[in-house]
Design a protein around this ligand. Sequence first.
Ligand code: SF4
Length: 106
Amino acid sequence: MVEHIADRVFIMYLGRVVEEAPTEDLFANPLHPYAQALLNEVPRLTKGKRRFQPIKGEIPSPLNPPSGCHFHPRCPLADGECRATRPALRQIAPGRTVACHKVTGP
Ligand code: SF4
């Protein structure tokens, strides 16, 4: 439904914005690993029958969030930098911002 009513979308994880983009761009090509996992599981009439693939791991407590990138315990790309340093929300293309150490462009 969001895809059809919004012009821009903000994806949040544990209280932080991790990606922000025009709706069409985000649904066509999500860049943040959490946004990719989230949108990959959106039900589609065109995809046919498929199994739901939940994101691995538990949602951490927002009262005691993980260090660095809040998503690192569940991210398949996480490394030492992700565990140690919070990724800044930065513009990686016109109108698109992402908070991830590994994303360099669309
Ligand atoms: S900063 Fe690291 S842990 Fe966080 S989403 Fe990007 S790759 Fe994954």
